[in-house]
Design a protein around this ligand. Structure first.
Ligand code: HEM
Length: 177
């Protein structure tokens, strides 16, 4: 495998792995709030899984972006990580990735600063994980090569459908009995 092919494969594998970690993070976060995953384990175990997935996505997402920076075909530059929608190709698809990355970074940084922030401000910052996941889903759907694979596509749509259902349940009923 030559250099560019390796970078492209690494970007795809790490992108999908980061997507999985972020899906688990949102799912367990919703589980902690709604009680819908109480059958899976204790609150403490669910919280540990939530925190693990929340930390795990960062190196995987970082590798995804690093591989794309090194990939000479993708032609992603450092500016594209700061300014969305400026790529000449895949403008929307890749721009959504940039916006998603920036939103998740904001959620991560405010997570570290939790003790120094007011509870209300932290809660609203943490809720940005919902739009961040929507942006990420749009990014994977529009930009991803492997998203065209029926197995990956079915898993991704099923995950997004389940998360949407739980989000609506959370908004309507709060913590479920
Ligand atoms: C939260 C951070 C990000 C995550 C979790 C993420 C995740 C993903 C996923 C799941 C795919 C689909 C991979 C596939 O189908 O095999 C993908 C594709 C892609 N992403 Fe990201 N992404 C992120 C940020 C970014 C950023 C900031 C950029 C560039 C500015 C970017 C550029 C790309 C490109 C060019 C592709 C297409 C790769 C291909 O040819 O399949 N991503 N990303």
């Amino acid at each position: 495998m030559d250099g560019p092919t390796f970078a492209w494969a690494l970007a795809r594998v790490c992108g999908l792995a980061a997507f999985t970690a972020l899906s688990i993070s949102l799912l367990t976060g919703l589980g902690l709030r709604t009680g819908v995953l109480d059958w899976l384990g204790s609150n403490r175990e669910l919280r540990a899984l939530h925190e693990y997935a929340t930390v795990l996505w960062a190196p995987l997402g970082g590798l995804h972006v690093l591989a794309l920076l090194l990939d000479t075909t993708a032609r992603v530059g450092l500016t594209d990580l700061l300014v969305p929608f400026r790529m000449p190709y895949g403008t929307l698809a890749i721009g959504l990735g940039t916006l998603s990355l920036q939103t998740y970074l904001l959620v991560g940084v405010t997570g570290w600063l939790r003790r120094r922030m007011g509870a209300r401000a932290w809660r609203w910052a943490h809720r940005l994980s919902y739009p961040a996941f929507g942006l990420l889903f749009g990014h994977g759907l529009l930009a991803g090569t492997d998203w065209g694979d029926p197995v990956i596509s079915t898993l991704a749509w099923a995950t997004a459908g389940l998360l949407l259902l739980l989000t609506v349940a959370r908004m309507v009923w709060g913590r479920l009995p």
